[in-house]
Design a protein around this ligand. Structure first.
Ligand code: SAH
Length: 238
């Protein structure tokens, strides 16, 4: 999925839904070994926000967000619907009206080579000043430095919120390990992600943007030229 457009991935999943199961069983295995799952932070944060917010979870996987942020309207989207709460679609084309949502979440789901289309589509589906939350693995950014990425997202009509991020998850992954001894075995050396920590101690980044007032001019290109390519997140069998 990191090496194809969303549309190609959708066609592949439609032709062979087992691919999704294979990916997700591997993904779930990896997540268990991570020092921390950014989805937990997103769930915690959204649970403290107004219950009137309409939230869209883009690339929802197992749709845990909808399950664990109850009393909120959460619509979940992924290539394959794991249950009836999920709408199967390519998130570069959401079956949603313009300015539907207050919050759009991409938790580790900016996977397509055309991920700028996912962001442009999220912007369409977000209300003015709507919140865009993005969690990504630090190793996907060149030199673990997300500044080009942030500038690219801003060029699509978003503004990074003051304070930069909800959380940078900075600090060695081990710092977060104490909370769950069982996870200790999965510390940095065997976390299963190709995140070598070079140049930064951040493991994940969680960005919070707002949809900016400024409309993007129709003459502007799709925006892909402003956004850096993100490295694939490689899962290693150990
Ligand atoms: N957000 C979930 C799942 C992360 S795995 C969580 O944090 O647990 C990334 C998910 O993004 C996968 O389920 C994958 O199928 C989905 N995804 C990637 N590209 C997509 C696309 N073009 N359209 C819809 N979903 C996509």
């Amino acid at each position: 999925m990191y090496t194809h457009t969303g549309a190609t991935s959708k066609a592949m999943m439609d032709a062979n839904p087992q691919l999704f199961e294979v990916y997700h069983s591997g993904y779930a295995e990896q997540v268990r070994m991570w020092p921390r799952n950014p989805l937990d932070d997103i769930i915690k944060y959204l649970s403290t926000q107004s219950s009137s917010l309409k939230i869209i979870d883009l690339g929802c996987g197992e749709a845990r967000l909808a399950k664990e942020v109850p009393q909120r309207t959460v619509k979940s989207f992924d290539l394959v619907a794991v249950n009836e709460t999920v709408t199967a679609c390519d998130i570069s084309k959401l079956p949603l009206e313009d300015e539907y949502a207050d919050v759009a979440v991409f938790c580790l789901s900016l996977m397509g080579t055309n991920y700028s289309d996912f962001l442009i589509e999220a912007r369409r589906a977000l209300k003015w000043k709507g919140l865009l939350l993005i969690a990504e693995v630090a190793s996907r950014f060149s030199g673990h430095n997300p500044s080009n990425f942030v500038a690219g997202v801003e060029s699509l009509g978003f503004r990074l919120l003051p304070g930069h991020t909800l959380s940078q998850f900075s600090g060695k992954p081990e710092k977060h390990m104490g909370r769950n001894k069982k996870r200790k075995r999965g510390a940095q050396a065997s976390n299963g992600i190709d995140a070598s920590e070079k140049g930064s101690s951040a493991f994940f980044y969680l960005f919070a943007f707002r949809k900016a007032e400024k409309e993007i001019s129709n003459e502007e290109p799709s925006g892909s030229s402003h956004l850096p390519n993100l490295a694939a997140c490689l899962y290693k069998r150990r």
